[in-house]
Write a protein of this length. Structure first.
Length: 391
């Protein structure tokens, strides 16, 4: 017994997904991809493993610390097991699909594996579903991907969504314009991420008032935009603000009921973002449903480079518990004597059929043992006595 238990143990952060949760996941992932494809996003399927110089270049460098590595016994080259699918989409878009007309819309789903979990996401393996809009530098593209993500989640039945819009480039550009050092900017950005006002004031020195005002500007979109307009921003920061206002306006026009917030100093998780980014929350859900934003789709191993792109990833370990589970069709037991094809008619009517593999003296008892609510007797469907399920 102890040996069997030992064999059933899995590494921390990994888990078996059983019925009905596995079926629920496949259904939800399929609905998301159908939603994306209906809006012009072509589905692709990258491999789980790639050579590390391709997987961890460009945008992939941001997840190098979360990537498992192993040696390919055939080529004797190091490979990486993907921790994020977005860098793979970038590689495909800039190489194999490099000659396709832009903007290029792609979507995907797949498992990712990370070296470490976090307090909010202890799972190290989970499904990632997302979409990328490649080679589209305009504000309308920023709005499109945010609305695509929010609309797909709403279609799943998730209510009370909130879109937190971020500008990861704002602090860095402002600090450069003000003459702050790279080291000082990194420390300041970390303090802003932690919302540590005292440390922000200390690190910002003569510019403390400005950076503390940025920190306080976070909140509902209209409040945040008004607070940012009132600040004495540098030219690069003014450019970021203008883009933010344009994107917020586009989203507000298309989805007036969607709750929008703005945090102009948030940078955690946006290491390779180069423009407007966002995180999706829902009031009844703990943790992020997904995140996305603008980046430069550059790869180090050749191909089309220098494209400004945007996209998002949805984290299914957070999404799935928030989606109502569809009721499973009832199970009909088809005794062995009915023949192997007897269940076809009933499956077309929506039943799940469970066929007997050998003659049994008591079909009713066998149906009950196998968890069926009904059984077939002389061509007629009958409820299992003592079972309340009715077709």
């Amino acid at each position: 017994m102890s040996e069997q238990l030992h064999k059933g143990l899995l590494p921390a952060g990994l888990a078996d997904v059983l019925a009905p949760q596995a079926a629920h996941e496949y259904r939800v992932v399929g609905q998301l991809l159908q939603n994306f494809q209906a809006q012009g996003y072509l589905q692709i399927k990258p491999p789980m493993l790639e050579f590390e110089e391709g997987l961890l270049s460009g945008t992939g460098a941001a997840v190098a610390g979360q990537t498992f590595r192993l040696m390919d016994p055939i080529s004797q080259r190091m490979m990486g097991l993907r921790a994020d699918i977005t860098p793979q989409v970038v590689r495909i878009a800039t190489t194999r699909l490099g000659e396709e007309p832009r903007p290029l819309r792609l979507c995907y789903s797949g498992q990712v594996l990370q070296v470490r979990g976090s307090q909010l996401r202890p799972q190290r393996q989970f499904s990632q579903v997302g979409a990328e809009l490649i080679g589209a530098p305009v504000a309308q593209a920023d709005a499109e991907v945010a609305l695509l993500a929010a609309g797909a989640l709403t279609a799943l039945g998730i209510q009370d969504l909130s879109l937190d819009i971020n500008v990861p480039t704002l602090v860095g550009g402002l600090a450069r314009d003000l003459g702050l050092s790279a080291e000082g900017t990194g420390q300041l950005r970390a303090a802003l991420d932690r919302k540590d006002a005292a440390l922000v004031a200390d690190l910002a020195g003569a510019h403390a008032t400005l950076f503390l005002a940025l920190l306080r500007a976070a909140g509902p979109a209209e409040h945040a935009l008004g607070a940012l307009r009132a600040l004495d921003l540098t030219p690069s920061a003014r450019g970021d603000l203008a883009r933010l206002e344009e994107v917020v306006g586009l989203i507000r026009k298309a989805a007036p009921d969607l709750e929008l917030t703005v945090d102009p100093v948030e940078h955690r998780g946006f290491e390779y973002q180069t423009g407007i980014s966002f995180i999706i929350f829902a009031k009844s859900v703990r943790g992020e449903l997904g995140r996305g934003g603008r980046y430069d789709s550059v790869v180090a191993n050749g191909g089309r480079e220098g494209e400004s792109s945007t996209g998002f990833s949805l984290f299914m370990d957070t999404v799935l518990p928030a989606v109502p589970v569809a009721p499973m069709p009832e199970k009909l037991y088809v005794p062995f004597e009915n023949g192997g094809t007897a269940g076809q008619k009933f499956r077309s009517e929506g039943w799940i059929t469970v066929a007997g593999l050998a003659p049994e003296p008591d079909p009713v008892a066998e149906a009950r043992r196998l968890g069926c609510s009904h059984f077939l007797e002389q061509g007629a469907v009958k409820p299992v006595p003592g079972d309340s399920g009715q077709k």
